[in-house]
Design a protein around this ligand. Sequence first.
Ligand code: ADP
Ligand code: MG
Length: 461
Amino acid sequence: MTRDTSFSSLPLPPPMQANLQQLGYLTMTPIQAASLPLALAGQDLIAQAKTGSGKTAAFTLPLLMNLNPRRFAVQALVLCPTRELAEQVTQEVRRLARAEDNIKTLTLCGGAPIRNQLASLAHGAHIVVGTPGRILDHLERETLVLDALNTLVLDEADRMLDMGFAEDMAKVIEACPKARQTLLFSATYPEGVAKLAARFMREPKEVKLTERHAASKIRQRFYEVTDSTRLHAVGQLLNHYRPVSTLAFCNTKQQCRDLVAVLQAQGIVALELHGDLDQRERDQVLVQFANRSCSVLVATDVAARGLDIAQLEAVINVDITPDPEVHTHRVGRTGRADEAGWAFSLASMDEMGSVGRIDEMQGVASEWHRLSELTSPPNAEPLRPPMVTLQILGGRKEKIRPGDVLGALTKDMGFEGAQIGKINVNEFSTYVAVERGVADKVLRALNAGKVKGRSVKVRRL
Ligand code: ADP
Ligand code: MG
């Protein structure tokens, strides 16, 4: 029997159906097709699926259906492991909630000033998305009240436990009304998650997508290296396959640092994501990677945790991880939605045991290629990202919105919309991606011109 995977098979009102169409959501992803009929019928749900499988809509549509927009109280709470994920979820919730007027969604995470959050809370919200620690903080201050809550979502439950949130989560869940729908999403299903479910869920239905990744979409290739050729091999891979965005995993911070130095020396734009960055630096790295002005993001598994990147042409395992589950997660970052992706792994003789375990877990023999096959055309330019990021000093605090910047660039300064990429407005800064070829011109025009009637300071990152 084939399951109907069109959203129109679901009991959703016409405005919601129309909005999904507008968003380009034509058919359900497998996890959505498996979980939405159950969740929309009010069942508690434990859903297991990998990153990028469309879990956000799988819990957002049910929580929206449970919501009464005329009731001005928090009716849904989504707990996420990191601020970045919470912000991504909030954006997706807002897009999906557009079918209804005036549904307010608020993000509450650590790292942002409590004071601003208090003001937002005082204005009221229907949906709150946040990290367990900060949510608990607000519950203890009684600035967040969950009496009217009817849907609780635990997104990436396994990661929240990994990050040490078990106790905070339990306290938050206990502050929720007993009569509620609980939806739990997790990439893996370790014992801690099972315990959490047993303690806090009501006869949950389990939905599990055993299918690992759509094997056809991710092409995996292994290359044998020695420790002295390993870092150089990364540059060879990049110049041969020329992926626009690559996530490179190393097993240690030192390896990350060394790789970034080697790549930068080759003229490749590479940035390291590590735990010692402060929030502003981390934001800058992620913005540059997401807007396609950085070719390679180099990270350890810990630093890359919680990262959700829409477009990723390649993952490179600079070192082989000893844990085959971790390998599967790394590789699963590419080839998302309907796009194809590459996964390259560099292995030395010492790592062949780990490769064997990966083969065993994936149920297929790894495909080996030789570094000598990697050629870049003679006189080829080193890989360059298509975009450059300009930083405008001034952001939400100055009430700058993406439309203001785009308007200034296209209407006042005469640039083409197609030359301008993503515009990210943060609290104190705005980041504008522009095509590399016009970056200097845009920089000069912005420094000489005005945004929202005001002169601005702009620099190239
Ligand atoms: P996950 O939480 O499982 O990692 P997301 O919910 O963030 O995945 O979805 C990944 C991407 O796929 C998002 O950009 C989202 O907008 C898109 N997406 C989700 N469901 C669909 C769908 N049914 N059709 C098209 N795109 C979708
Ligand atoms: Mg998600």
